[in-house]
Design a protein. Structure first.
Length: 182
């Protein structure tokens, strides 16, 4: 196989692989900060960081390659409740893996689309959470607002900012919005 590298220089197959996977994630990946109710927590909600990339099960080997390359994550059915959806998803939620593996991967292999702006916000939130910024009311509210500015400005979210910020009594919110029965 011929290389595009000048004669005498090593062929950078790993670099090309990582660039390919970054491009794949640019199209099929998501950096998200979820919001879930947690009455046991001080503010009644929890921020959940997640990187995910999906693919049809027929081409699921690309997810295994991605998982091996970044050295973390788990592969699972994308929608366990919808039988017609046979896609798979690679999910990374562990903060340490996001900080030590996923974020550095995308620093080495920058996204080319506008998704890079979502990645920047994602990195800001994960890094802030790593130092406990979400444990103060001000910090939690700032990170929540930043999360809502990602991926469609919050229009796909169950919890709007007004449902979460300045909620003095999370139990009242539970009475007004009972958990969905599954």
């Amino acid at each position: 196989m011929n290389s595009d590298n000048p004669p005498g220089e090593p062929d950078n197959q790993q670099g090309r692989l990582e660039a390919y996977l970054s491009g794949f994630a640019d199209g099929e990946g998501t950096f998200s900060i979820g919001i879930t109710r947690r009455p046991d927590l001080r503010f009644g909600f929890q921020l959940i960081h997640e990187f995910r990339v999906s693919q049809n099960s027929e081409r699921g080997s690309i997810l295994s390659l991605f998982q091996r390359t970044i050295g973390c994550g788990r592969i699972a059915p994308n929608h366990r409740t919808r039988r017609s959806d046979r896609s798979l998803v690679l999910v990374v939620r562990k903060r340490r893996d996001l900080l030590d593996r996923v974020i550095p991967f995308f620093h080495r292999n920058p996204l080319l689309s506008e998704k890079r702006f979502v990645f920047d916000k994602f990195e800001t939130i994960v890094t802030a959470m790593a130092v406990g910024r979400h444990h103060t009311r001000t910090g939690f509210d700032e990170l929540l607002k930043l999360a809502h500015s990602m991926n469609g400005e919050g229009r796909y979210r169950r919890w709007q900012i007004s449902d979460v910020i300045d909620v003095q009594n999370p139990q009242r919110l539970y009475a007004e919005h009972p958990p969905a029965s599954g």
